[in-house]
Design a binder for this molecule. Structure first.
Ligand SMILES: [Zn+2]
Length: 318
């Protein structure tokens, strides 16, 4: 299924599915101006996006268009440079995402370097991320801006839970929320519930609780299916359940182990939650999420970091 018309003016374009059935996606809004939310992984779905726009009788080379990035992960901005070249779109992203977009080598260290800069895992992750094409945003957002599309407009909402530069876009005319990766909800799959080293478990909780109060007629996340009407609360509540589960499990694990490194705690959480992963990025995804909950528990005074042992911080409960 390369694309799906949610409405004639709102189209979801799908990327390839990975082994766990997760696919990337872009949303295309055909208003008086054209908005493309997220660009997908490198080389993946940008041609399809251009084709879809043309099939609907629009000319992406001549019309004013925007590529609105939800965040600085390569499965969302990997094809932004190609898309910009193909349709002369202006690229929008949050200010906290800009450094990584311009220099994707920061992904392996600043965002995912949980095993230390010189570790084998980090080096293998570096080689995966080294193929990502940098992109320079034309407009840097802080959150709260309205992007006028003609009939409708999109409000940028800064969230900063999943990663520091995460934005959601809210279409206040259709009451559609483009949620990016902030409402990922599958606790048993670390790639479907992840907070990187720049993100915040506490911000994620605040954002998810606020979403329960926002009028949303269609919730459109990047990787999961869209939900409409009364059902939009369900994925938000599942994401909140996953948050509680991670928070409790990380705290109980620190208590049980007595004194342990982030890596030891992450491995133990992996076993306790029966996280089923394959491949290095998934191992890293679970470890960075564990680290996010350790930071949150430290801020609340429930755990503390002690001296470094072999370059690794040691955690104990209070
Ligand atoms: Zn992401």
């Amino acid at each position: 299924m390369p694309y799906e018309e949610i409405t004639p003016a709102l189209i979801k374009v799908y990327g390839k599915r990975d082994g766990d059935g997760i696919s990337n996606s872009s949303f295309v809004i055909l208003d008086r101006k054209i908005a493309i939310i997220d660009a997908g992984a490198k080389g993946e779905l940008w041609r399809e996006v251009i084709d879809v726009i043309k099939k609907h009788g629009r000319d992406p080379k001549k019309e004013q268009s925007y590529v609105l990035l939800t965040h600085e992960h390569p499965d969302h901005f990997g094809s932004a440079a190609e898309l910009k070249a193909a349709c002369k779109a202006e690229i929008y992203a949050h200010s906290a995402a800009a450094d990584t977009l311009r220099d994707p080598s920061k992904l392996a260290t600043k965002h995912f370097g949980v095993f230390g800069e010189s570790s084998g895992v980090t080096n293998r992750v570096k080689s995966v991320f080294s193929k990502v094409t940098p992109v320079n945003p034309d407009t840097v957002l802080g959150g709260g801006e309205k992007i006028d599309l003609g009939l409708s407009s999109l409000t940028a909402i800064h969230t900063g839970g999943h990663c520091a530069g995460h934005l959601m876009y809210y279409d206040d005319y259709r009451r559609v929320l483009f949620a990016g990766d902030e409402v990922l909800e599958a606790p048993g799959n670390p790639c479907k519930y992840m907070i990187d080293l720049t993100g915040s478990a506490d911000r994620k909780e605040i954002v998810l609780k606020r979403l329960l109060e926002l009028r949303i007629d269609l919730l459109a996340p990047s990787h999961d299916s869209a939900t409409a009407g009364e059902e939009v609360r369900e994925p938000i509540n599942r994401a909140l359940d996953a948050h509680e589960m991670w928070k409790n499990e990380v705290y109980e694990t620190v208590n049980r182990l007595g004194k342990a490194s982030t890596e030891e705690i992450a491995n133990s959480v992996q076993q306790a939650l029966s996280l089923n992963w394959s491949g290095e990025l998934k191992q890293v995804a679970a470890a960075v999420t564990t680290a996010a909950y350790l930071r949150s528990l430290r801020l609340k005074g429930q755990v503390q970091e002690s001296e470094e042992k072999k370059g690794q911080k040691q955690w104990t409960s209070n």
